[in-house]
Design a protein around this ligand. Structure first.
Ligand code: PLP
Length: 441
């Protein structure tokens, strides 16, 4: 029980408990309760979020240890910097030149005063990348999804979307008030059932929303089936390829390229916060769609443009993707190596994308395990409930082109040892007392 709403550190609360309890509290009670909760998990050394990095986001990073306060070097397995562009010398030099020419910021939204020749050049290159007529740039991927859904979908439309759609897609749906139905993850049969049941007419459109690469599971949408299905049923396909752009397909054009469907996606959305290791987002589509979004997507119209430095980062990143195809090849070889090593340990892996979800077994304390990885100098992300269901808590490993085989070996050895330690502790728990005593002696 809580005394005066203070978190005493004894309860094993998760964020969902905190959120639910907070709904019944006053403003001050709620924020103080959460502060106590945070203090509690810090004392128990269970806080591996918000680690402060003091170096560039490379394969090795310097991190202020939240427990000791000292800076320690860690191998990075928690960044979406899949091709290692975050610290690429060509990109840094290019950005320095652009700073000298155009300064650091822009001070306004695109329709008024935030549109430069660099922004236009990037839009044209993104449109070409996705095989579309035009593109527009948002200040975040989140804003791109929210903006496109709220602007394009009407109340009488229906959107059918994968159950694992990103929060930005879900928030766009909430804000637009459009009728939404989610289908089970990657279940094309279910999607087909819904599609054939809904009548389309002039004033009612069906939109289908899927992700190229799913961010928490690392699996891909079967576009080879979804694209033809949408065409047969006159549904408009929205593809969020946040994690596929720059990674999937032979030349990094994305998941549509992987399936040989470049130029066949009605509305392609992407971000600059993954492979390009910067921030921002974009939508690529036909000219009429992009023109419409420029004047009606509120997250575009009412938000300042990305500064020229960020635009230059993405332009230079596109150059690198084109000129250094060996980066994508190296990434694919690292993915395959990791998948083989983890499969040997008994984990189920797909070897198509750089995201490896490492589900924690029932009974394993994910925060303790996260501390263990942290102590070993391995930076990976723990994904806890309520971000995923309780039975699906996991570590999310991101593989990069710049990892060395030796780095991956260190990671796999740590996983093996942490999982073994857990199995042994479980075995001890179930041993009769006389055997436990023998083990201690
Ligand atoms: C699938 C997906 N869509 C959209 C976004 C939002 O992108 P951003 O971080 O650029 O706002 C993310 C980011 O986590 C994502 O994973």
């Amino acid at each position: 029980m809580l005394v005066n709403n203070e978190y005493k550190g004894g309860e094993n609360f998760d964020l969902c408990d905190v959120l639910l309890k907070g709904r019944k509290m006053s403003f001050h009670q709620k924020v103080n309760f959460f502060s106590d909760f945070l203090k509690g998990i810090k004392v128990k050394k269970e806080m591996q979020h918000l680690r402060c990095i003091t170096s560039a986001a490379d394969r090795e990073v310097s991190v202020i240890d939240p427990n000791s306060g000292y800076v320690k070097s860690m191998l990075m397995f928690g960044s979406n910097n899949y091709l290692g562009l975050a610290n690429h010398p060509y990109i840094k030099e290019f950005v320095k030149r652009i700073i000298n020419r155009m300064g650091v910021g822009i001070g306004g939204p695109p329709l008024l005063n935030g549109y430069t020749i660099l922004h236009r050049e990037l839009e044209e290159r993104l449109a070409a990348l996705k095989g579309c007529e035009d593109a527009l740039i948002f200040s975040s991927g989140y804003g791109a999804n929210v903006g496109l859904i709220t602007a394009l979908l009407n109340n009488n439309d229906v959107v059918l979307h994968d159950r694992y759609s990103h929060a930005s897609f879900a928030d766009g749906i909430k804000m637009s008030g459009v009728r939404a139905v989610h289908f089970p993850h990657n279940d094309v049969e279910e999607l087909e059932k819904y599609l054939t049941r809904i009548n389309v007419n002039e004033s009612k459109n069906i939109f289908v929303g899927v992700e190229g690469v799913y961010s928490m599971d690392g699996d891909i949408a079967p576009l080879n089936r979804i694209v033809p299905l949408c065409k047969q049923n006159n549904a408009i396909l929205i593809l969020d390829d946040a994690h596929g752009t720059g990674v999937m397909g032979k030349t990094g054009r994305g998941t549509a390229e992987h399936f040989g469907f470049e130029g066949n996606i009605d509305i392609s959305m992407g971000t600059f916060s993954k492979t390009f290791a910067a921030s921002g987002g974009f939508v690529a589509a036909s000219k009429p769609v992009i023109n419409y979004l420029r004047f009606f997507a509120r997250s575009y119209m009412f938000s300042a443009s990305l500064p020229p430095t960020v635009i230059a980062t993405i332009l230079a990143g596109l150059d690198v993707i084109e000129k250094e195809p060996e980066l994508i090849a190296k990434l694919k070889s690292n993915i395959e190596y990791t998948a083989n090593r983890l499969t040997d340990l008994g984990f189920e892996c797909n070897s198509l994308t750089p995201i490896f979800p490492l589900k924690v077994p029932q009974g394993m304390n994910i925060r303790e395990a996260a501390f263990n990885f942290h102590q070993r100098g391995l930076f990976l992300n723990s994904i806890e409930y309520p971000a995923v269901p309780k039975s699906q808590q996991r570590f999310r490993i991101s593989i990069m082109a710049i990892h060395k085989k030796d780095d991956i070996d260190k990671l796999v050895t740590a996983i093996e040892e942490i999982w073994d330690e857990f199995k042994q502790s479980r075995m001890k728990e179930f041993l009769p007392n006389r055997f436990k005593k023998a083990l201690v002696n």
